[in-house]
Structure formats: structure tokens, C-alpha cells
Design a binder for this molecule. Structure first.
Ligand SMILES: O=C(O)CCC(=O)C(=O)O
Ligand SMILES: [Fe+2]
Length: 357
């Protein structure tokens, strides 16, 4: 584990923030603020038989996805028992001896973004100290997809990256994953309505989606957030993320005005954020917003993001309602698979710190 030191460097800005994709942004202050910019949206209307109810949810999502790219959802229908199950598996996994965790280290699959990401190994924003977190990622498997049309297994090296001798771990995590998969497919329909497209516009984009999930563990950090972060500032790669966080807090979202806003935990709510693929697909109408984690809560923090993207072979190209002669296409067209591969490789290599962890 990285040594932690406390520094008294002033937290006042403005600062230039460099993301690992090269993007530079201005941050006004390093201190997070409380603000009510992240709306809480009751999405129970997505389960209504009445199209008008679904459209009403979609309009709220349209506003939030365009303005800040982050919102809380309540009424999402995910039973608390799956969330509790995942958090208890997370604690169990991260308490394993380091040798056992290293048996499933992500280094074994250089091309993929799965397996164990060791504590304080990465450094996304060139901070003095590496990001103080560890994580375990796993991916889509049609065997655990209740709605899969094609049950043929996905044969990736990742299949080998389940820890041995942790009975029930994989099953409990996939139980939660499969519920989130169904919710994500509903969300895709609501996003289509939010973009003023037919509700089924993306249906055949998500029959074999990129749907990776992660459990993450952030110890309390002593160092100043100028010197160290829990997870450095970044945007997510896929279409959107459904994040379940524990009650501790620590997630911060960069507002357009350049302030870090606390995305405080709300009991029973999940945080949704737009990610880069959907930003490209909407020609920047929906914003993929920069976020980070700083755990100064005095407690161990756990979280569980579910990253949802389209089928690998689907093209990332702007939807018809987001492109016109006056608003031409901003990004070259490429497949979801190629885009995600490029981003994951960059993140894994450029995020690896040279400093000893
Ligand atoms: O732990 C969190 O709250 C956020 C994690 C995150 O942003 C990520 O893993 O991409
Ligand atoms: Fe993220």
C-alpha cells in the first residue's frame, strides 16, 4: 500500500486538470462544494404501461443528461438484497491475502479491463501519490443474462479471472449484474425517448452489450487531495454508468463552472452518469462529465459501478435528432468495440504509475 502523507498545500485554484485522454480543463477550486445541481429523478414511470408516463421520466432525464450528465435515480426497482449481497462479497474479496488477489490480477489480460486492479497502482492525474483504491472488474456473460437471445458463452481470457476458493462469489455478483442489465435495457429505451427518437431505437444495440461491473474499495486517505485521490478525475468510456455507493460519500462531480460538487449518497438511490459513447452518439448533446473520488470520510468506502455500453459491433455515430447541417458530426464514426478497446488500453497503460506503490 502506498505511504500516505499529509500536506498543507493550499486548495485554492484555479487549476488546470489534465485527463489521461489529454483533455485539459480548468478547475476553480480543489475543495468540493455542496450544491443541488444533481437532480433526483423518480424513474418508476419507466415501468408504466402508459407511454406518457415513460415520456415524462424521459424529459427529466433529457434535462439532466444535457445540463450536467449526472442524476440520481429512485424507484429503479433493484432490490436492496442484491446491493447488500454485492457489498458483502466486496468486503470478503478485498480482505483476501494479496497473493490470492494477485492470482486474478488484470495484468494477466493486457487487452481487457477485467480482474483485480491492485491498491494504489494507478495514477490518473499525475498526482504525487497513486490513487488510493483497489478494484475487481468482471464482464457480460450471456449465461447470466435473463434476456439473452444467444446463450453462447463469451470466450475471453477473462473467464479465468474469477478467484479460486471463494464459493458463491461469482454467483452473487452475477445475480446483481443480471438485475442491473435489465434495468440498463429499460434505461436505454428511456434515453431513446429523451432524444426524441422512437422508444425502440436502440433495442437491437443491446442484445449482447458491453456490460462490465466493478467492486471498488477506497481506504480513508490522509494526504491532501492535491497530492492524492481515491480515483483520479476521469470520464467513463461506455454509454452510461449505474453507480451504487455505500453510505460514506466521497464521489465528486465537476460542474460546468469548474467546481467539484459532492455527489452525496442518498439511501436507496443510484447515481447515473452519461459516459463517452453516449456523448459521441448524441454529438455532445448529452455530456460525459468528469468525476473523481476522494475518501476523507474516516471510513473504508465501497462502491459498485455498472458500466453499460452497446454491442461491440454497433457503430458510434450521431443519432438523427442530434446532427444537422448547422450542427455537423463532431467525431469520426467507429465501432463501439474499437473505441472501448482503445480507451481501455490507454487507461491501463497511461494510468499505471511509475512510482512504487
Ligand atoms: O467509486 C465511485 O463512486 C466512482 C467510481 C468511478 O468513477 C469509476 O470506477 O469509474
Ligand atoms: Fe467513473
Amino acid at each position: 500500500m502506498a505511504a500516505t502523507t499529509t500536506t498543507t498545500t493550499a486548495q485554492k485554484g484555479p487549476f488546470t486538470l489534465t485527463l489521461n485522454n489529454g483533455l485539459e480543463l480548468t478547475v476553480q477550486s480543489n475543495d468540493p462544494i455542496d450544491a443541488d445541481e444533481i437532480p433526483v429523478i423518480d424513474i418508476s414511470g419507466i415501468y408504466s404501461e402508459n407511454l406518457e408516463d415513460r415520456k415524462a421520466v424521459a424529459e427529466k432525464i433529457r434535462e439532466a443528461a444535457h445540463r450536467i450528465g449526472f442524476f440520481y435515480i429512485i424507484g429503479h426497482g433493484i432490490d436492496q438484497k442484491y446491493i447488500d449481497g454485492t457489498f458483502s462479497q466486496a468486503k470478503r474479496f478485498f480482505e483476501l491475502p494479496i497473493e490470492q488477489k494477485m492470482e486474478v490480477c488484470t495484468d494477466k489480460v493486457p487487452e481487457a479491463y477485467f480482474g483485480y486492479f491492485p491498491m494504489a497502482r494507478y495514477n490518473r492525474n499525475q498526482k504525487k501519490l497513486n490513487d488510493l483504491m483497489e478494484a475487481y472488474n468482471w464482464g457480460y456473460n450471456p449465461e447470466y443474462d435473463e434476456e439473452a437471445k444467444n446463450k453462447e458463452a463469451v470466450k475471453t481470457e477473462f473467464d479465468q479471472l474469477w478467484p479460486k476458493d471463494v464459493p458463491g462469489f461469482k454467483e452473487a455478483l452475477y445475480e446483481h449484474h443480471s438485475k442491473l442489465l435489465s434495468l440498463a435495457r429499460r434505461m436505454v429505451r428511456v434515453f431513446a425517448l429523451a432524444l426524441h427518437l422512437p422508444e425502440n431505437f436502440f433495442d437491437d444495440y443491446v442484445d449482447r452489450p458491453e456490460a462490465a461491473m466493478r467492486i471498488a474499495h477506497y481506504p480513508q486517505q490522509e494526504a491532501s487531495s492535491l497530492d492524492q485521490l481515491g480515483i483520479g478525475a476521469h470520464t467513463d468510456f461506455e454509454c452510461f454508468t449505474l453507480l451504487t455507493q455505500d453510505h460514506n460519500g466521497g464521489l465528486e462531480v465537476l460542474s460546468k463552472s469548474g467546481y467539484w460538487i459532492n455527489a452525496k449518497p442518498i439511501p436507496g438511490a443510484m447515481v447515473v452518469n452519461i459516459a463517452d459513447c453516449l456523448m459521441r452518439q448524441t454529438n455532445d448533446y448529452f455530456v460525459s462529465t468528469v468525476h473523481r473520488v476522494v475518501n476523507k470520510t474516516g471510513a473504508e468506502r465501497y462502491s459498485c459501478p455498472f458500466f453499460f455500453g452497446f454491442n461491440k459491433d454497433k457503430k458510434l455515430e450521431p443519432v438523427p435528432t442530434c446532427v444537422s447541417e448547422e450542427n455537423p458530426m463532431k467525431y469520426p464514426i467507429m465501432s463501439t468495440g474499437d473505441y472501448l478497446k482503445e480507451r481501455a488500453a490507454k487507461s491501463k497503460s497511461s494510468a499505471t504509475a511509475t512510482k512504487a506503490a
